[in-house]
Design a protein around this ligand. Structure first.
Ligand code: SF4
Ligand code: SF4
Length: 398
């Protein structure tokens, strides 16, 4: 059985690193001068081991997806965050480009853990990859990303957004990952999962192929207990677990006088089977707020209250992706994907992201068909006003 306790403090980590715990041929650890400079800092950085990869990742890592300020990434590196997560698709490739430029400028590529993702073409309606999802296409997409990153290799390459258990062991994708690993361009392979987490994680355990799973996980998920158990099973098998969507949409609730985001992160990180979380960070305040969780990760009474207030707010706001509404919609629209776009629009305030997803959905699930319904009969058991949101998304598209 693997253990993710106790956490490493910065000092312990540096001592351990200095003894030379390099894994897999490429050291993710600091060189001696970096070690000395880090020892001078007062920030508390804690690390956990990412399953059998042996990588020591900062418990609070950095979801780069929506960041567009290179200074923010620079500051995070200097604070000691060592794991950065991007994807081919984020900001149409510009996210990889920005991350690559910052890493080049800051130096020390070998002390950082860089993760990116490739999304093979899929039919969202059937949740299957299409015939275009070939080995060569996957490799080409990855290599374009690697060029944007200006790197020779990435530490983790995820197959992006696995939507069904049938997509997990897609042979052309496995062949591409195997080749890229052999060529030294990818150290570890993983999948990312936004929905049907339990089923997909359990499917992943059937073969000994993937080393890392990046999964949605937060205190508000209705299936959180099932996800927790599947994460524990994956952990026992040596798979490294990275958590995302930890802050449940990141809705701005400051006007309600609450600040729940540290508590959200702590809730996830209190599961010791989770190696780290990758909250999306877009400004310096969020960076400081998330970073501070590494200093004090225990959930206090105050945190529990924050979670309770945020939970109340999220009723009627947060889409669980459970798909229970789809049958009730007269046109069987892919409402969970529309709700995801809505979260990008209202929660993240990122209209490009919202519109990009709407374009992806449009070919099999066009929102304009809503106009032909006399009244909306789509129902959400979690209190989401589907009609109001669909109207708002149609306005955004207009
Ligand atoms: S809108 Fe409601 S029913 Fe539909 S996926 Fe979201 S939470 Fe589930
Ligand atoms: S109006 Fe409601 S029931 Fe009709 S297509 Fe739109 S979401 Fe579905």
């Amino acid at each position: 059985m693997m253990s993710n306790e106790p956490y490493y403090t910065r000092r312990e980590f540096i001592k351990t690193s200095a003894r030379g715990l390099a894994v897999g041929g490429v050291s993710p650890f600091l060189n001696q001068s970096s070690l000395v400079s880090l020892l001078k800092k007062k920030d508390v950085v804690t690390y956990r081991t990412l399953g059998r990869t042996g990588l020591k990742v900062t418990m609070v890592s950095f979801g780069v997806m929506r960041a567009d300020n290179p200074g923010l990434i620079s500051k995070a590196i200097r604070m000691g965050i060592n794991h950065f997560d991007t994807a081919n698709a984020y900001q149409k490739g510009n996210n990889e480009k920005m991350l690559g430029e910052v890493v080049k400028k800051e130096g020390g590529r070998d002390r950082l853990i860089i993760a990116t993702k490739v999304a093979p073409p899929r039919d969202k309606k059937t949740a299957q990859f299409t015939a275009d999802a070939t080995k060569d296409n996957f490799i080409r997409k990855f290599e374009e990303g690697l060029k944007r990153l200006q790197m020779d290799y990435v530490d983790i390459l995820y197959v992006h957004n696995i939507m069904s258990p049938q997509m997990v062991f897609h042979e052309p994708t496995l062949k591409a990952l195997t080749q890229l690993k052999k060529e030294g361009k990818v150290r570890f392979a993983g999948i990312s999962v936004h929905q049907k987490e339990e089923e997909i994680i359990r499917e992943t355990l059937k073969r000994d192929f993937y080393d890392v799973i990046l999964t949605a996980y937060n205190f508000k998920k209705k299936n959180r207990e099932a996800v927790r158990k599947s994460i524990a099973s994956a952990f026992q098998k040596g798979i490294g677990i990275v958590a995302m969507k930890t802050q449940v949409g990141g809705y701005d609730v400051s006007s309600l006088g609450i600040s729940p985001f540290q508590a959200c992160l702590k809730w996830v990180l209190n599961d010791s089977h989770v190696a780290c979380a990758i909250p999306g960070i877009t400004n310096f305040n969020q960076l400081d707020e998330n970073f501070a969780v590494m200093k004090q990760c225990a959930l206090s009474q105050k945190d529990m209250k924050q979670l309770s207030y945020y939970s109340n707010f999220l009723n009627g706001h947060y889409c669980q992706g459970c798909q229970e509404c789809v049958e009730s919609c007269l046109q069987h629209l892919d409402i969970p994907e529309y709700m995801r776009s809505y979260m990008y629009h209202v929660g993240y305030k990122d209209n490009d992201l919202a519109l990009g997803l709407l374009r992806e959905i449009a070919h099999y699930s066009p929102a304009n068909v809503c106009g032909s319904c006399e009244s909306c009969v789509a129902r959400c058991p979690n209190g989401i006003d589907i009609k109001r949101r669909m109207d708002k998304l149609r306005l955004l598209q207009a």
